[in-house]
Ligand binder design. Structure first.
Ligand code: AVJ
Length: 330
């Protein structure tokens, strides 16, 4: 672990590089040698992928980001009041845009003490920390650079105040149902009796609305999808031609998730140099790059039950597009 202290108010612990390249290599070796090829979505987010994702969030078709923000703005004061929280732990904090709304509510309530962001991007985390301690003078930041699938145990113990552990943006939807329940259980294990989970989930709706959100007119999502191939080319010395793959997004109503795939336009033979692995794609063969689960309240309730979490409050927007759940440990 490497600790960087920027100022008396900011401490950042870094757990990455320990096995980071290995994690990509393992996922690619596993995923590209299966009968149905697959790469987990966490590998989208290099600098270019993160920038493309930021652009997705501004697209007219992509409603989740602005809707979640609207729900947070409308309910942050109540969330802080019912939890009494003075500390926010955020898993996958990114630019901390949403955290700011909750921290401001804690500041208004007079409870604000500490922000604990966990993210893979050191630059984003550091920039957010500097801005936030400047904005809220009572705030200290203890950042953790890591991957929340592997580094939840590195989150510092609560600092003597109730805390909110937040997983926002619908990120939980990236996990298959079994893994999702395991993640919820592991996050639940971070909660003391006074602490609460704040979970953002996209909701089931008309297929056309969902599919447009993942296949925008400007083609930004298509570029984001193909970006994973650029990541493999750079990090694993692969020789994909990203343009040889077509962006596919569809709502699978049976599984209640949106799936993104890359479909080979023609037969492709790809060498992944760092793994000494040759991979053949038949014309039309598809590589799954993401699932993004869409929830109903009843479905989420089942996941919470399975993870020994109890749903306490449910906040949504007037059109029922997106939901924020507040849950505690059973
Ligand atoms: C960051 C996982 C919430 O699933 O909607 C956006 C990622 N993929 N457009 C989502 C994403 C395509 C996003 N999450």
């Amino acid at each position: 672990m490497k600790t960087v202290t920027r100022s008396p108010e900011i401490r950042i612990d870094s757990y990455l590089s320990e096995g980071e390249e290995r994690s990509l290599a393992n996922d690619v070796l596993d995923g590209l040698t299966r009968p149905f090829k697959e790469i987990p979505p966490k590998h989208f987010y290099d600098a270019r992928g993160s920038e493309l994702f930021e652009r997705i969030c501004e697209l007219p078709e992509y409603y989740p980001t602005r809707t979640e923000r609207q729900i947070l703005l409308a309910n942050a004061d109540e969330i802080v009041e019912v939890t009494g929280a003075g500390e926010l732990v955020e898993l996958g904090s990114g630019s901390a845009e949403k955290a700011r709304i909750l921290l401001a509510a804690m500041s208004r309530a007079g409870t604000l003490r500490r922000y604990v962001p966990l993210d893979v991007s050191e630059s984003a985390l550091e920039a957010a920390a500097i801005e936030l301690v400047d904005e809220f003078e009572e705030l200290s930041v203890h950042g953790v650079i890591g991957d929340f699938e592997r580094h939840l145990d590195r989150i510092p113990a609560a600092g003597g105040t109730a805390r909110i552990v937040a997983l926002l943006g619908g990120t939980i939807g990236n996990f298959l149902p079994g893994t999702r329940r395991r993640m919820l259980r592991e996050i639940g294990a971070l909660l003391g009796p006074e602490d609460r989970l704040l979970l953002g989930t996209d909701l089931v709706k008309e297929a056309a609305v969902l599919e447009a959100a993942y296949d925008d007119a400007q083609g930004i999502t298509a570029e984001f999808n193909r970006n994973v191939l650029h990541v493999l080319n750079r990090e694993l010395d692969a020789d994909f031609s990203p343009d040889a793959f077509e962006h596919i997004a569809f709502f699978d109503r049976r599984h209640e998730w949106v799936e993104m795939r890359l479909r080979a336009r023609r037969p492709c033979s790809v060498l992944v140099g760092a793994l000494g692995l040759r991979v053949e794609f038949a014309a039309g063969e598809e590589l799954r790059t993401e699932i993004s689960a869409k929830f109903t309240r009843a479905r989420l309730q089942e996941d919470f039950d399975a993870a020994d979490l109890r749903l306490e409050r449910w906040y949504t927007d007037p059109d029922n597009l997106f939901a924020l759940s507040l849950a505690c440990r059973e």
